[in-house]
Write a protein that binds this ligand. Structure first.
Ligand code: PDD
Length: 269
């Protein structure tokens, strides 16, 4: 239906409690990127918070493809949100709720981000999120505040820290490339979202014989890295040229980033 006609009851738990999960999938040249993996992560997020998945993967796929077709969406995103449903406001929820499903397209082309060519300046700040960052929860207050702090400082993204180490970006996976060419990104745990773009980027890096090490890395390591970059469905991959005012590498997209980005775009186009 037209967006202006779509409504959600005020008592929806997604609205009142942030009691729901979501997915963001890129559409490039009319094709959904890594759709099966996004739908599998949606299924896992739902299971982890005890909402039954309203559709099998094939039905999700058909609905997504219908949205792409009917909106003539060539390049952009599909947003999916599933919340627990509508009930009188109480922390404890009834067992028989019908999940609320919202889906819409977004039209900004993900592969035409000028930051891919110029590189991004980013900042670090403390990771204020809860202990289950592997669930793609719609409760995003910590990320909203991190993004605002970054924007106020004129930065494109915030990398969040726990103790000395970087967890991930406010809405992206964080990587550095060491001076001897190894790609470092944090290993999967409850502390980060298992990025779908991360999965594909690491596969492509492996196929090209690049050295990958999945482990936490410190802010100090990032400041002295040869290269740094971040990935997400909504940005694909963005090179980082400055962290907290320290120039990273040559101040432009580095060779490892450029090789990976080109290979990724070849693989999904
Ligand atoms: N965010 N880490 C966090 C905290 C994220 O919010 C995201 C994506 C990622 C990257 O995951 P993926 O490669 O699967 O997009 C990592 C989406 C784009 C968003 O919230 O809009």
């Amino acid at each position: 239906m037209p967006l202006a006609d779509a409504t959600i009851p005020v008592m929806d738990r997604g609205f009142l409690f942030g009691d729901g999960v979501y997915e963001v999938t890129a559409v490039i040249e009319g094709r959904l990127v890594d759709d099966a993996a996004h739908l599998a992560r949606l299924d896992r997020s739902l299971r982890e918070i005890g909402i039954s998945n309203p559709f099998p993967a094939d039905d999700w796929r058909r609905i997504e493809e219908g949205i792409v077709r009917r909106n003539a969406l060539r390049n952009g995103l599909i947003y999916i949100q599933v919340s627990r449903g509508v009930a009188e406001r109480a922390f404890k929820y009834p067992d028989d709720l019908q999940p609320t499903v919202v889906m819409f397209p977004q039209f900004s082309p993900v592969q035409d981000n000028p930051l891919t060519r110029t590189g991004a300046r980013i900042m670090t700040l403390p990771d204020l999120r809860w202990a289950r960052c592997d669930i793609k929860s719609t409760s995003l207050l910590a990320q909203v505040l991190a993004k605002r702090a970054a924007a106020e400082a004129g930065m494109a993204e915030a990398w969040m820290t726990r103790g000395d180490t970087i967890t991930e970006g406010a809405s992206s996976t964080a990587y550095i490339v060491t001076q001897d060419g190894a790609i470092i990104t944090r290993s999967l745990s409850h502390e980060i979202l298992p990025g779908i773009t991360r999965r594909t980027i690491l596969r492509i890096a492996g196929e090209r014989g690049l050295r990958i090490v999945e482990r936490p890395f410190t802010r100090d390591e990032a400041l002295t890295a040869a290269e740094a970059f971040y990935t997400s469905a909504s940005t694909i991959a963005i090179p980082v040229v400055d962290i907290d005012g320290h120039a990273i590498g040559p101040g432009r997209p580095g060779p490892v980033f450029t090789q990976l980005y080109t290979a990724y775009m070849d693989a999904v186009m």
